[in-house]
Design a protein around this ligand. Structure first.
Ligand code: UDP
Length: 376
């Protein structure tokens, strides 16, 4: 098979992982990103003033059950142990998340054991909701009205800028409810932080003689001419010039401040009251517990609607936007010579490990199709 020359739009996780797999099999890839750095929204850099490694676009904690993906990331950057233990301030008290036995006992002033807590919460749950469709229905069905009001309603309204009634249940399904004292935010077997940061990891993935990286260049459709194939990890609707309308994204603003010592005692503190304008505060040095820094840098995180010039973070997927999304997906499927990948390219709320798994699979599919001479 003759070597292909491909264009990869975007140097985030999808772009790097697909690019690497193709490069290692002898193909050439030009990876182009509009921003001045690789790694997309998991970009990390050292804060100039404090020297702390910061998650520039908000907290990213790597967790997976996929042993192959875990081995893959560790091949490019050793991971250090890190367990995400999130705290939440609501109604004038601090609790632990995800909702677990400690949260339930503290919130209701009880001393319940696991089975008692399960029965207690079930007695509050709205069992008439057989098949929850919205975020709110999912919450009322599984945690009941009190915990929903304290932990989810305000945070979700701020985070998504709409009523939890208009959001899909899938967003809440990301979070477990535990009837034990396990306060690990994630239930996966593998969890950690890349020792040198995500950007150094992605740079290492892209470090191959068959990969040419160009930063600070916005790719236009005309740039695709002359390539054998294009992999596109930019916003799905952006590829089509938004001509059917704009898919909704949320963007984030970060308000940086510094402190001495330990300002909040944990990496992530959520603020669930609707009256507090930000959703959470991240104290970045807690993401690198193996480093010692006296000074601390923190980001207050605010969520708002994403304008045309803003960086898109979260695809909103409002229940009534499904039709627009369906039409874009149909067009993407019919587009010859272009494969749409990743969080923005497929307009999905993807965790990093899923993004890498899909990127590895996407590269295998492409290689198989080229081997057989099939269209991609
Ligand atoms: N959520 C909430 N309260 C919290 C934390 C999360 O209501 O204290 C909801 C919110 O809608 C959020 C979703 O659960 O978007 C998923 O939370 P996750 O922590 O996975 O969000 P991410 O870190 O990806 O922004």
């Amino acid at each position: 098979m003759a070597a292909k020359h491909c264009l990869m739009v975007g140097a985030g996780l999808s772009g790097a992982v697909i690019g690497r797999a193709l490069a290692e099999t002898g193909h050439r890839i030009d990876v182009i990103d509009a921003r001045a750095h690789v790694a997309g929204n998991c970009h990390t850099e050292r804060d100039a003033e404090t020297g702390v490694m910061v998650h520039v676009y908000g907290p990213h904690i790597f967790h997976t059950d996929d042993a192959e993906v875990w081995a893959y990331v560790n091949r490019f950057m050793p991971f250090r142990p890190f367990v995400n233990r999130v705290k939440a301030t609501t109604g004038g008290a601090v609790y632990s998340l995800p909702v677990n036995l400690h949260t339930i006992n503290q919130f209701f002033g009880r001393t319940l054991r696991p089975d008692e807590a399960r029965a207690f919460i079930e007695a509050r749950a709205d069992l008439s909701i057989a098949d929850p469709q919205s975020f709110e229905e999912q919450a009322l069905r599984f945690v009941g009205p009190e915990l929903y009001a304290a932990f989810f309603k305000g945070y979700t309204t701020k985070q998504w800028g709409c009523s939890p009634r208009d959001l899909p249940a899938s967003i809440l399904k990301r979070l477990p409810v535990r009837f034990s004292y396990d306060d690990n935010y994630f239930s996966h077997r593998f969890q950690g932080m890349p020792e040198g940061g995500y950007t150094a990891m992605v740079e290492s993935i892209l470090d191959h003689p068959n990969i040419a990286v160009t930063l600070g260049h916005e790719v236009r459709r005309e740039d695709a001419a002359g390539y054998d194939h294009v992999f596109y990890s930019g916003p799905l609707d952006g590829w089509f010039g938004h001509d059917l309308g704009r898919l909704g994204y949320r963007t984030l603003d970060f308000e940086r401040f510094t402190a001495n010592g330990d300002w909040q005692g944990c990496a992530v503190m959520n603020y669930c009251d609707e009256t507090v304008p930000y959703t959470r505060i991240t104290e970045h040095k807690h993401f690198s517990p193996w480093e010692t820094h006296e000074a601390s840098v923190l980001y207050r995180e605010y969520s708002r609607a994403c304008g045309p010039e803003d960086i898109p973070y979260y695809p909103i997927r409002l229940i009534d936007e499904k039709e627009l999304l369906r039409r874009y997906i149909a067009r993407a499927g019919a587009e010859r010579g272009v494969t749409f990948v990743g969080r923005l390219g497929t307009y999905r709320y993807l965790d990093m490990d899923v993004t890498i798994r899909e990127a590895l699979d996407c590269a295998q599919r492409a290689l198989g199709a080229w081997e057989r001479g099939d269209p991609l």
